[in-house]
Design a binder for this molecule. Structure first.
Ligand code: 5AD
Ligand code: SF4
Length: 446
């Protein structure tokens, strides 16, 4: 049997795509392998969002060229595929820089992978079209992997933040229909998935066709998904503050499957920088939105993305970001140094912030965010919470799962609890995960 090795970089949507590419290859008779040396097909599903992503891909391709040569000496063929956002952005350029590559395929065309692999026996191929057909209609059924699963409901972005490549690599906003999403969710749950994270670059701009043909909101979609028997939890990511409709806020109060956790990138706390970023909202608009969400769901855990050192960012601008973080209080966050992406408006600017200043600001911001995360986790000690058990833990007899607020927790319970929700008292906060004890009898009963 032929073997396929699929490696994914970057965001959750890429992780989802990598899984679907593995499904496409499985339908063609390839089994999945984690050992690149034994792979007949190697797929690198690349990310282009921040610095050095493309460079990493090229150095990986250098190593793969050697491997391909060694396998060829023992009479084995290796097809090398570059997929994802670097493929989309660089296209044919990849063929000239990386001689080992056979196929370059963009995020909207990977359902054609079997065809492209066949064509690659004649000539090296590039497919970075945004085809009129919907790739989801051409993908084989999903195979189950684990207790939690991602499900793409929306792709692309029409926001054009000045720093971001996504509108160029992933194209315009497109939503899948409610029926298609519910159907995929049912299959996932039949395969053992209990928690689904709905993903999209701009997931709360979701506007797929509803059952009556009219566009449905993300709130409607989650209501429809709540009827899937056996589904226990729903999450969604990533959202934009400007598309946060009232019914989505309401869903956090009324839909018991929607978990009290929200990843809502703000990028900066300075109105001047937010405007230069083309975010089209102010720091105070973000604060007011969070207040409304907290009114609907007081215990919601908040997470965000931040960029430091956007061109023209002054000390005063950065201080505004720190002030916003202090005002809101996040349970988790991702923060990055700004890196220019070719083709985006911000890359044209000449008032770049010096690298040393970016480094200093990032350290200060991450220190504050780390302190908030630790305080958040420390405050959980002593509370009673519900853990969806995902897998066995680090030590024998332990299992690992997540709280509704997306904190990782380890506790003693039999592996038979995997896939169930267990009431657990949190006893201790470690640096990366919490520890707890299952309530008397709760774990045994599972
Ligand atoms: N430089 C640094 N960070 C970026 N992000 C997106 N583009 C850039 C860039 N050019 C960050 C944003 C976004 C997250 C996915 O990546 O914070 O929310
Ligand atoms: Fe990277 Fe963005 Fe593409 Fe995801 S969508 S792979 S984060 S560039």
């Amino acid at each position: 049997m032929k073997k396929a090795y699929v490696k994914s970089y970057g965001c959750q949507m890429n992780a989802y795509d990598a899984g679907r590419m593995a499904d496409v290859l499985a339908a063609e008779g390839y089994s999945a392998t984690d050992t690149v040396e034994e792979a007949d097909v190697v797929v690198l599903n690349t990310c282009h969002i921040r610095e050095k992503a493309a460079e990493k891909v090229y150095s990986e391709l250098g190593r793969l060229r050697v491997l391909k040569g060694e396998r060829a000496e023992s009479g084995q063929d290796t097809r090398i595929v570059v997929a994802g956002c670097v493929a989309q952005a660089e296209g044919r350029e990849i063929l000239s820089r990386a001689p080992a590559v056979d196929v370059v395929v963009g995020p909207q065309s990977y359902h054609r992978l079997p065809d492209l692999l066949r064509q690659s026996r004649e000539t090296r191929v590039v497919d970075t079209e945004f085809p009129a057909e919907d790739k989801f209609d051409h993908l084989p059924a999903r195979r189950n992997r684990g207790v939690t699963g991602f499900l793409t409901v929306q792709e692309g972005c029409d926001k054009f933040c000045a720093f971001c490549v996504v509108p160029y690599t992933r194209g315009a906003e497109v939503s899948r229909s409610v029926a298609a999403v519910v159907d995929e969710a049912r299959r996932l749950v039949e395969g053992g998935v209990r928690e689904i994270t709905l993903i999209g670059q701009n997931v709360n701009a979701y506007h797929g066709d509803g059952p009556d043909g009219a566009p449905a909101t993300l709130g409607h979609l989650m209501d429809a998904l709540s009827a899937v028997p056996g589904l226990l939890r729903l999450r969604y990511t990533t959202s934009h503050p400007n598309d946060f409709a009232d019914d989505l806020i309401a869903a956090h109060a009324t839909n018991p499957l929607v978990m009290p956790y929200l990843h809502l990138p703000v990028q900066s706390g300075s109105d001047r920088i937010l405007q230069a970023m083309n975010r089209r909202h102010t720091g105070d608009a973000y604060r007011r939105l969070i207040e409304r969400i907290r009114n609907a769901r007081p215990d919601i855990a908040l997470s965000s993305d931040f960029i430091v050192g956007f061109p023209g960012e002054t000390d005063a601008d950065f201080a505004e970001t720190m002030r916003l973080v202090s005002d809101i209080g996040f349970s988790a966050a991702f923060s990055f140094k700004y890196s220019p992406r070719a083709g985006t408006p911000a890359a044209e600017r000449e008032d770049a912030v010096p690298e040393a200043v970016k480094t200093e600001r990032l350290a200060a911001l991450q220190d504050l965010l780390d302190r908030q995360r630790h305080a958040y986790n420390a405050a959980s000690v002593g509370t009673l919470t519900e853990i969806l058990v995902e897998k066995t833990g680090r030590h024998p007899g332990q299992v690992a799962g997540k709280t509704p607020h997306l904190q990782a927790v380890q506790f003693d319970a039999p592996a038979s609890t995997i896939g169930t929700v267990v009431p657990v008292r949190i006893t201790r906060a470690g640096s990366n995960s919490l520890f707890g004890e299952a309530l008397e009898g709760a774990a045994a009963a599972a």
